[in-house]
Design a protein around this ligand. Structure first.
Ligand code: ADP
Ligand code: MG
Length: 258
């Protein structure tokens, strides 16, 4: 694939997403540059998770065009205008990692196996290489000594750090975080944010983060987008959005969470 490195890595163009009669995204346009760190903020139910889930190929959409590094999500010959084969979706998904609010580790697998599984099965890495990579990543998130534990033996903060290592094991170009600290006890939030903060300093990694941690968003983002009713109502540099929001809806939202 020839790739234009100046083109956005993520591009939603006129995307419409419905759940039955409910239209969640209506002619949604949004793009993210390579290496950019973007935070989505906004009220519950406004469609933030839907944006991430579509990017992760967990949700189909009905209209418009979405590309990742120039690759369209749908295939013209897949049997319908917004359809794609499983193989095509797997190919796209191999470039995207996602960290969920609820960790979603495999409960019956050790920490090491959780991290090793996708590189072994999806990338077909030799076991030795996949395990080396996993051990390095577990060390990076501060959990080298927990590799033989099961998820239930770890705290929520530790589980979430394993989930981050697992997402990174695929060497994704884009990393998505959907409220990664919302399910954690307050005293465990810091350890997870500090791992994400470390990742945010990686120049080549593109990050799209949904969070209610406004101070953190201000610190790590290149751009903050205020999302309301399936649209980006206002966006800009974090300093500007947090200190001088222009839209009344943004001001109202920030007043309710800060
Ligand atoms: P947010 O993450 O901003 O809270 P979501 O993207 O989760 O918002 O949801 C946007 C809207 O889509 C909400 O009204 C939600 O109820 C609806 N929705 C999300 N997932 C589904 C689903 N699987 N089926 C039906 N409606 C859904
Ligand atoms: Mg959500």
């Amino acid at each position: 694939m020839t790739e234009n490195t100046h083109a956005p890595i993520i591009e939603f163009a006129g995307v419409t997403k419905r759940f039955g009669a409910l239209t969640v995204l209506d002619d949604f346009n949004f793009s993210v540059a390579r290496g950019e760190k973007v935070t989505l903020i906004g009220p519950s139910g406004s469609g933030k998770s839907t944006v991430l889930r579509i990017l992760m190929t967990l949700e189909p959409f009905q209209e418009g065009r979405l590309t990742l590094a120039g690759m369209p999500y749908h295939e013209p010959n897949a049997g319908g205008p917004f359809k794609a084969s499983d193989g095509h979706l797997r190919q796209i998904r191999s470039h995207v990692g996602m960290v969920f609010q609820s960790f979603n580790l495999f409960p019956h697998m050790t920490v090491l196996r959780n991290v090793v599984e996708a590189p072994l099965r999806v990338l077909g890495l030799p076991r030795g290489e996949a395990e080396c990579r996993a051990v390095d990543l577990l060390a990076m998130v501060g959990l080298a000594d927990k590799k033989d534990h099961y998820p239930a033996q770890l705290s929520g903060g530790q589980q979430q750090r394993v989930a981050i290592a697992r997402a990174l094991a695929m060497r994704p170009r884009v990393l998505l975080f959907d409220e990664p600290t919302s399910a954690l006890d307050p005293q465990l939030v810091g350890e997870v944010l500090s791992v994400i903060r470390g990742l945010a300093s990686e120049h080549d990694l593109t990050m799209l983060l949904v969070t209610h941690e406004m101070r953190f968003a201000r610190e790590v983002s290149d751009r903050v987008c205020f999302f309301d009713k399936g649209r980006i109502c206002e966006q800009g540099e974090p300093e500007r959005i947090f200190s001088a929001p222009e839209q009344p809806r943004t001001r109202e939202f920030l007043a309710s969470v800060l």
